[in-house]
Design a protein around this ligand. Structure first.
Ligand code: ADP
Length: 622
């Protein structure tokens, strides 16, 4: 078709609506117009390359495929050109004048459902029209092979003009007359600044497969530079990439000055196609467990960055992993909202989780020191994984490491613990505490130490919750040294005599509002007294965790245990025998309770009264 004069046409109603939004919205991420235009240019080159497979004459001029950028600071212009497929007159009307494209359509459909939600713009990339976010006038000149060139122009005001034009080379040039705020005179980003453009290309379009060139000022004058690195590292084979290249890539793209602890690079060619390049950092960020934590996973599609902080790609407990997934199955315009229910994404996330866990297991088996380092930093996250997804326990349990009474420096897995267990041992013993020393001084540890039983030391608050969820490992029940019924007591122990029972009952009576039971202890050797938690439910240490979080989930059952072989017990017995109702017995009971809860890390209910009682007692003694 040939037309000599300029035709002015009205945009389709939908298009106008969209333009209006583009121009008037307070959309904050205007810079993405560049990614959208580059991506269109790259698609156009893809198309001509593909077509040339059967019609080689289309690219007979033999020119290099290229996307060229140009800035003109005097005239406030930004210009992008490609030597892709170009468009015919009809193509322009069809593609640029109407909204036939799926992303845009979807955007408008959503917008109709939810008129108030201006944020929707941010969730959809809307291709070519995004140029109106930064431009007051857009001029497109395009030429398809063997066709007349066409010029399309619009100020986004409801109409556009279309006319024949002069252009010798195949391809498309788009000229944006920038709105003043996006120039050196404005307060927004200056899109006439070569450095700004350079940075944006690096950020959003670094791995576009064709060179993105621009003339940039240098000390000597100007030179044409290629701004993108083209071949994405992750598209290379693992054996083609050196350790240094991975490290360099990681540091540059994932804001870390340290090299990664582990690099995981793999591809999947199945129903869903994708490549993953993930990194486990050396150190955990300080805000890993804060609600504001930002994940470092990016989603690419065909080498274009389409979403940063794409937490949907990994389960919650693995959000510390950084890296990217590139899958051609996502459209550039996919919104975060759409991603959340995306089936392909779920498949990818599942696979990524599997690959990471497999990798960690390998590290645990073959590079123990490295794994312990990992555990030091991210063990809490793995434990959190079991705690918040009990259904994942089978996958995660063998990744757990514990300190142990029988290992000074290293840590043990549960499998290794079980391996070391003497044949007659029926349970896995554990104890909760602040650190080795305070644990080893606990009165409750006396019996297990005496019997030289291996005890796992749970040194952080999550570990006990995890053990509680697990319940057992390889059919060996977990038993807390700090709970009743340790099942270790010598059977030979004599039965409680009647008078002992009377004393215990009396103490229990005095402590009725504090403890659930008072018993003779079989686990104490040299200490006089201790408190243990009931067999089920909250333990005292868990109670403390909830207290710290200011959550009241009730109290742990408390059982006061007295050592019958201790001098103190004899003294209590004597007082009781003289006068079961003696007031001293009441006072002593409370003191014993307070002392033993102190050992458990609780403060006495009334510290002043507690202190007075102790000092009174000391004054009496001679
Ligand atoms: P999308 O890229 O999602 O298809 P756009 O609004 O960005 O939507 O573009 C609409 C259409 O215009 C494209 O599908 C393509 O056919 C055409 N187009 C845009 N830019 C170019 C270009 N540089 N060269 C050739 N065709 C283009």
């Amino acid at each position: 078709m040939t037309t000599q004069q300029t035709e002015t046409k009205e945009f389709q109603a939908q298009t106008e609506q969209l333009l209006d939004l583009m121009i008037n919205s307070i959309y904050t991420n205007q810079e993405i117009f560049l990614r959208e235009l580059i991506s269109n240019a790259s698609d156009a080159i893809d198309k001509i390359k593909f077509k040339a497979l059967t019609e080689p004459e289309l690219i007979a001029d033999d020119s290099e495929f290229e996307i060229n950028l140009e800035v003109d600071q005097e005239n406030n212009l930004f210009i992008i050109s490609d030597n892709g497929i170009g468009m015919t007159y009809e193509d322009v009307i069809e593609n640029i004048g109407t909204i036939a494209q799926s992303g845009t359509k979807e955007f408008l459909r959503k917008l109709k459902q939810d008129k108030e939600n201006i944020d929707l713009i941010g969730q959809f990339g809307v291709g070519f029209y995004s140029s109106f976010m930064v431009a007051e006038k857009v001029t497109l000149i395009t030429k398809a092979v063997g066709e007349e060139a066409v010029k399309w122009e619009s100020t986004g005001d409801g109409t556009y003009s279309i006319e024949d034009a002069v252009k010798k080379e195949r391809g498309t040039t788009i000229k944006l007359k920038l709105r003043e705020e996006f120039t050196a005179q404005g307060d927004e980003e200056d899109f006439t600044d070569p450095q700004t453009i350079k940075n944006l290309v690096k950020q959003y379009s670094n791995y576009v497969r064709y060179p993105i060139t621009m003339e940039v000022p240098t000390e000597e004058g100007t030179e044409v530079q290629t701004l993108n690195s083209m071949t994405p590292l992750w598209k290379k084979n693992e054996d083609e990439v050196s350790e240094e290249e991975y490290t360099e890539f990681y540091k540059r793209n994932f804001t870390d000055w340290q090299e990664p602890l582990e690099t995981i690079h793999w591809s999947v060619e199945g129903l869903v196609k994708f490549t993953g390049l993930l990194f486990i950092p050396q150190t955990a960020p300080n805000d890993l467990f804060s609600p504001d934590f930002k994940t470092g996973i990016k989603l690419y599609s065909k080498d274009n960055l389409i979403m940063e902080e794409c937490q949907e790609l990994l389960p919650n407990y693995l959000q510390f992993v950084k890296g990217l997934i590139d899958s051609p199955d996502f459209s550039l315009n996919i919104s975060r909202e759409m991603l959340q229910n995306n089936k392909q994404l779920k498949v990818i996330a599942k696979n990524a989780e599997k690959v990471i866990l497999r990798n960690l297991k390998k590290m645990l088996n073959n590079q123990r020191e490295k794994y312990e380092k990992f555990w030091q930093e991210f063990g809490k996250a793995i434990k959190g994984g079991i705690y918040s997804n009990p259904d994942k326990q089978d996958k995660l349990v063998d990744l757990l490491l514990f300190s142990s009474s029988h290992l000074e420096e290293e840590k043990t897995t549960l499998a290794e613990y079980v391996e070391r267990m003497p044949e007659e041992q029926e349970s896995i013993y554990y104890v909760v505490g602040q650190d080795r020393t305070s644990i080893e001084n606990l009165p409750q540890m006396e019996l297990v130490q005496d019997k030289d039983l291996e005890v796992l030391y749970l040194l952080d608050e999550v570990a006990e919750f995890v053990i509680n969820i697990l319940g057992d490992y390889q059919d060996f029940e977990f038993k807390s040294v700090l709970r009743e019924d340790l099942d270790l007591e010598d059977e030979s122990e004599t039965e409680e005599e009647e008078e002992v029972e009377g004393l215990l009952e009396k103490i229990k009576e005095h402590l009725a509002d504090k403890v659930d039971d008072v018993r003779l202890s079989k686990r104490l050797k040299s200490s006089a007294v201790c408190l243990v938690s009931g067999q089920q439910g909250l333990s005292m240490s868990m109670e403390k965790v909830f207290n710290q979080m200011e959550q009241n989930l009730g109290q742990a059952q408390r059982i006061l245990e007295l050592n019958p072989n201790h001098q103190l017990f004899t003294t209590l017995q004597e007082i009781y025998n003289q006068d079961p109702e003696a007031e001293t017995l009441q006072e002593y009971s409370e003191l014993l309770y307070n002392l033993s809860s102190l050992v458990e890390g609780f403060t006495p209910e009334d510290p002043v009264e507690f202190t007075t009682k102790i000092t009174d007692l000391m004054s009496k003694a001679k």
